[in-house]
Ligand binder design. Structure first.
Ligand SMILES: NC(=O)c1ccc[n+]([C@@H]2O[C@H](COP(=O)([O-])OP(=O)(O)OC[C@H]3O[C@@H](n4cnc5c(N)ncnc54)[C@H](O)[C@@H]3O)[C@@H](O)[C@H]2O)c1
Length: 284
């Protein structure tokens, strides 16, 4: 049987490319987007094996309906691709409460809510003795991994998605579910205004910033074959796939008793002296 795939935010950009790439493998696809018009176009391109969902993934009920749509329409769920997202870029000093809340809601809650309902489905199938090869691919960002000036809200949400991926991978392995994440880069509505020059399509040759370059890895991570890869973060763009290391313990000191603040200046400076973090995007 062909895979049953949910792609959130699949009406435009990278999500659209994912949905079409899964469709090309013969998968049955739930094309989710807030916009019925763009989701409908993608579903039409895939054909009768696609169905549209206009649920808002940043609501608990919407995420539950989305998972139900896959189960009721196609009899199950194999792959959840969490991709939907928005930006409301602001410097820390001028970010409003709504701009914070909406970005965290759509990205972080919008990833967790779908994951939560998909996980409940897979656990139920597993408990009933059914075979599960569940796959979740979350969408983080370089902003979430390294930080990005003007995007505290977005970076925090995307960092949360990275940490949530690790926890979900550890918890869901027992049910036959893998959970990985990508940090993509591509020319889309989200990026073309900000990175117009870097994102421009070449007149000829390989278009490294085409959203379609991101999807083959996501299709592979969604395959049955990919059951041995979980809890990983991949940067992916153009022809590049890079494993990204998470927080790792660096230089350390432990003297076995409490420090006083005035002792710590020299100690901390020595600890950070030769330990250089990846620069924040847009800093300096
Ligand atoms: N384009 C890049 O270079 C880049 C870089 C890093 C991360 N990302 C991430 O990739 C993902 C896709 O981004 P894109 O560049 O294709 O953006 P895009 O704006 O082209 O597409 C995002 C889609 O998500 C939909 N959407 C927004 N909120 C939704 C909601 N609550 N429920 C359902 N659908 C919703 C939008 O309608 C839109 O069609 C996002 O998570 C983004 O943060 C993109």
């Amino acid at each position: 049987m062909s895979r049953v795939v949910v792609v959130t935010g699949a009406g435009r950009g990278i999500g659209r490319a994912h949905a079409l790439a899964f469709g090309a493998t013969g998968a049955r696809v739930v094309v989710n987007d807030l916009s019925a018009a763009v989701a409908g176009e993608v579903a039409e391109l895939i054909g009768p094996r696609a169905v549209v969902s206009t649920d808002d993934v940043g609501t608990w009920a919407g995420a539950r309906r989305l998972v139900q749509t896959a189960v009721e329409t196609f009899g199950g769920l194999d792959v959840l691709v969490n991709n939907a997202g928005i930006v409301r870029d602001r410097m820390v000093v001028s970010c409003g409460e709504d701009e914070w809340d909406e970005v965290v809601r759509v990205h972080l809650k919008g990833h967790f809510a779908t994951l939560r309902h998909a996980a409940a489905h897979w656990r139920a199938v597993h408990k009933a003795g059914g075979a599960v090869s569940g796959r979740v691919v979350n969408t983080s960002s370089g902003a979430g991994l390294f930080g990005s000036v003007g995007q505290a809200n977005y970076s925090a949400a995307k960092a949360g998605i990275a940490a949530m991926t690790l926890v979900a991978a550890a918890e869901l392995a027992r049910y036959g579910v893998t959970v990985n994440a990508i940090a993509p880069a591509a020319r889309t509505r989200m990026t073309e205004a900000t990175f117009a020059e870097e994102m421009a399509a070449p007149e000829d040759g390989f278009d490294a910033m085409a959203p379609e370059n991101v999807s083959p890895l996501v299709v592979w991570l969604g395959s049955e074959e990919a059951g041995d890869v979980t809890g990983r973060m991949f940067e992916v763009d153009g022809g590049r796939v890079c494993v990204v290391h998470g927080w790792r313990r660096g230089p350390e000191v432990d003297r076995g008793e409490r420090w006083s603040p005035d002792e710590l200046g020299d100690v901390v400076r020595e600890l950070v002296a030769d330990d250089h973090p990846t620069p924040v995007y847009g800093a300096g």
